[in-house]
Design a protein around this ligand. Structure first.
Ligand SMILES: Cc1cc2nc3c(=O)[nH]c(=O)nc-3n(C[C@H](O)[C@H](O)[C@H](O)COP(=O)(O)O)c2cc1C
Length: 332
């Protein structure tokens, strides 16, 4: 459904061109200092200011409507809202006539029997990643001293990111990319064997970010090409630090105290300024279509701060779960 997490639980709502988008966070510990100013940096980082990002701009001012009193979290559900102001719904008036290739239009129409809000992707829109970023701001406070960083490592298969984006823009096309996430100061013990492994929880949340199509931990798919003698991370001290980190800081689904490292694959934006021949469901024939609207040419450019946020939310939940487990099993 639209919620995630056990003890730190997210519930997202809203549509791209509706009145607002928002998130309710349940399980936020009381007494965490929180003001609107805390959201500024990460919200600015998500804004489409770079070459290759959409022309739609919003002020993205958060409103905290519950869960904070006198600049501290209260422990009650914390709800953050963002009004949608810069909407141009006319750009989407034709979606009811045909389904855009690579988009959610077809599946949303089928699943919700034509009642879904089609404007700007409705509830499926990348705009909803703004509320994930807001949740991340709170989660990052819960997980301190864990520090998460992200960087774009390649675009269109090249480490020359600028050139790859310029080339796509020249052709009115879009391009994908790979984003890497690293979490330092990781405690040992986050995650469970089997279904709630830290990899499973991260993948579960990361695939909530629209346009993410792959994830690999540590050396990931490269491990399948290695010998065990190359792949094993040998220990170098009593704390469990390892010489290499091919496993990305997780063994048996549980964090091992080394940095958590994973990469995600972001697909090229589906909306492109190139005509595409696709089946027109109303006219019942193959037709050439050109997508309208304002779009990111490279979604990967927008993903780093969103990926950090989602990672922080997963780690906050896992940390609270581990603390609950530890206090239940404390020896007298
Ligand atoms: C931050 C962000 C911005 C996005 N901007 C666009 C966009 O401008 N145009 C577009 O076609 N898709 C955009 N997307 C991707 C679509 O939301 C996504 O591809 C679509 O919902 C289909 O989901 P799927 O690719 O995960 O199957 C964006 C995604 C994110 C995370």
């Amino acid at each position: 459904m639209n919620s995630f997490g056990r003890l730190f639980r997210l519930n997202i709502f809203g549509e791209s061109h509706g009145e607002l988008i928002g998130i309710t966070l349940d399980g936020v510990p009381p007494g965490i200092p929180l003001t609107l100013n805390d959201f500024k940096t990460d919200i600015e980082r998500r804004k489409p200011t770079q070459k290759g990002t959409t022309a739609r701009t919003e002020d993205d001012m958060p409103e905290i409507v519950s869960g904070v009193f006198k600049d501290y979290t209260t422990g009650a559900p914390l709800t953050i809202l963002f009004k949608n102001k810069n909407v141009r719904s006319d750009d989407y008036s034709e979606i009811a006539q045909f389904f855009r290739p690579g988009h959610t239009d077809f599946v949303a129409y089928k699943k919700y029997k034509g009642f879904n809000d089609v404007r700007g992707g409705g509830h499926f829109s990348g705009r909803l990643t703004l509320v994930l970023v807001a949740a991340g701001v709170v989660a990052k406070k819960i997980i301190k001293p864990i520090a998460i960083t992200t960087k774009i490592v390649e675009v269109g298969g090249s480490s020359d990111i600028e050139t790859a984006i310029s080339r796509a823009l020249e052709q009115n096309d879009s391009v994908g990319g790979v984003v890497e996430c690293v979490a330092e100061n990781m405690p040992i013990s986050l995650g469970e064997p089997f279904f709630d492994s830290l990899e499973s929880l991260l993948a579960h949340a990361v695939f909530a970010i629209p346009a993410i199509k792959g994830i690999e931990f540590g050396s990931g798919f490269e491990l399948a090409r290695m010998y065990g003698s190359e792949a094993n991370d040998v220990f170098i001290d009593r704390q469990g630090h390892t010489l290499t980190n091919h496993s990305g800081g997780i063994h048996g689904g549980i964090s091992n105290g080394n940095p958590l490292v994973f990469r995600v694959a972001v697909k090229p934006t589906s909306s492109i300024g190139v005509a595409q021949k696709t089946f027109h469901f109303k006219n019942e024939q193959m037709e050439s279509v050109l997508i309208q609207g304002r779009h990111d040419a490279c979604i990967a450019l927008r993903v780093p701060v969103v990926l950090e946020a989602v990672t922080a939310c997963v780690l906050a939940d896992a940390l609270l779960m581990t603390k609950a487990y530890d206090s239940n099993n404390a020896q007298d």
